[in-house]
Design a protein around this ligand. Structure first.
Ligand code: UDP
Length: 323
């Protein structure tokens, strides 16, 4: 049986990866420091014989006993609100954490896939974004801690590949949504759905003319799975090219939830990218992959998940202790 370490396992994407690899009959070692992750996302796996949980911060030395065949490094805060609250931890998990996991991969002879991001393109001047675009990032802006950590992560990953012959894979993940997103993490999908369910007006930042392209989580996981087992070492965009303005997206959520809430406008956060759409030609060609789930059905599934949360969870504001 192949053994895989998944970091950030109690998070949104990490938990779906745990499900997928358990389903594929892997032994899964799930690691998380639970700073932004939540055990409820993986508690259904705790009794599984091929699953173990390790409460650990990968920014510190990582030890795993026994053999290891694969590592998926998905540990990181992933919402702009989190980067503002925990900027140094964000920098450390992308840099020190990645270094530790590359060292572990080298020691174990494991293949490692790292979760990079469309944020490496910053506020892009090229549209749609191809993997060859170098990006437009403000190193000292509020998103800089995430963007630069992820850029360093790609860089050190390639260096381990070229210097040590390590088997590495780099996924550039674009906006992804679905069940198990954190309701109050500030990202637009849970923000709008949460507001609609609570009967609050939807807060659109700026004029809402900025665009995003939302990928359903199942599609994303399939893309990651295919990339891991491909032999391609350069970055691959994984996302859904179906682009929409945030203003139109707010209207879609109002329609979907059937509320009569209004859209209200708030100031645009600093360095909020104006346009984002993945060019997925490379993923199509190399992985024979493209997203299958349309936004209407995907958002409906996501809404059903948020509806299943308790009143208490729906109204709870974020009081995490990030110290
Ligand atoms: N956004 C918004 N209202 C909200 C939350 C987010 O208008 O309540 C906007 C945000 O300014 C950005 C887009 O939605 O332009 C996507 O934001 P998110 O934080 O989900 O991810 P990003 O792609 O910016 O990292």
């Amino acid at each position: 049986m192949k053994r895989i370490l998944i970091t950030g396992a109690a998070g949104f994407l990490g938990s779906h990866l745990c499900d997928r690899f358990i389903k594929e009959n892997f032994y899964v070692i799930a690691m998380d420091n639970l700073i932004t992750g939540d055990l409820k996302n993986i508690e259904h796996l705790f009794k599984h014989k091929n699953f173990e949980f390790c409460h650990h911060d990968v920014s510190k030395f990582v030890h795993v006993s026994g053999d290891l065949d694969y590592i998926l490094h998905f540990a990181s805060p992933a919402s702009p609100i989190d980067y503002l609250k925990i900027p140094i931890r964000t920098l450390k998990v992308g840099s020190l954490g990645t270094h530790n996991l590359l060292g572990l991969a080298k020691e174990k002879g494991a293949r490692i896939l790292i979760a990079s991001t469309s944020e490496v393109y910053g506020d892009p001047l090229v549209h749609p974004q191809t993997e060859d675009y170098y990006g437009n990032v403000n190193t000292i802006g509020p998103r800089g801690v995430y963007d630069e950590a992820k850029r360093f992560q790609e860089s050190i990953t390639m260096a381990y590949h070229t210097c040590h012959g390590l088997q590495t894979r780099i996924a550039r993940i674009f906006n992804t949504y679905g069940p198990r997103m954190r309701l109050n993490d500030g990202r637009v999908v849970p923000a709008f759905i949460g507001q609609a369910l609570r009967g609050e007006d939807l807060t659109v930042f700026g004029e809402g003319l900025q665009t995003r392209s939302f990928c359903y989580v199942d599609d994303l996981i399939e893309g990651i799975y295919r990339l891991l087992f491909s032999d391609y070492v350069y970055p691959v965009n994984i996302g859904n090219p179906d682009e929409i303005t945030i203003k139109d997206f707010a209207e879609e959520i109002i329609k979907l939830t059937g509320t009569d809430q209004k859209v209200i406008y708030k100031p645009l956060p600093v360095n909020d990218p104006l346009q984002r759409q993945p060019d997925i030609s490379r993923a199509r060609e190399i992985l024979d992959w493209e997203p299958k789930m349309g936004r209407e059905e995907g958002m409906k599934n996501t809404l059903d998940y948020f509806k299943s949360l308790s009143e208490e969870e729906l109204y709870k504001s974020e009081h995490r202790d990030f110290s």
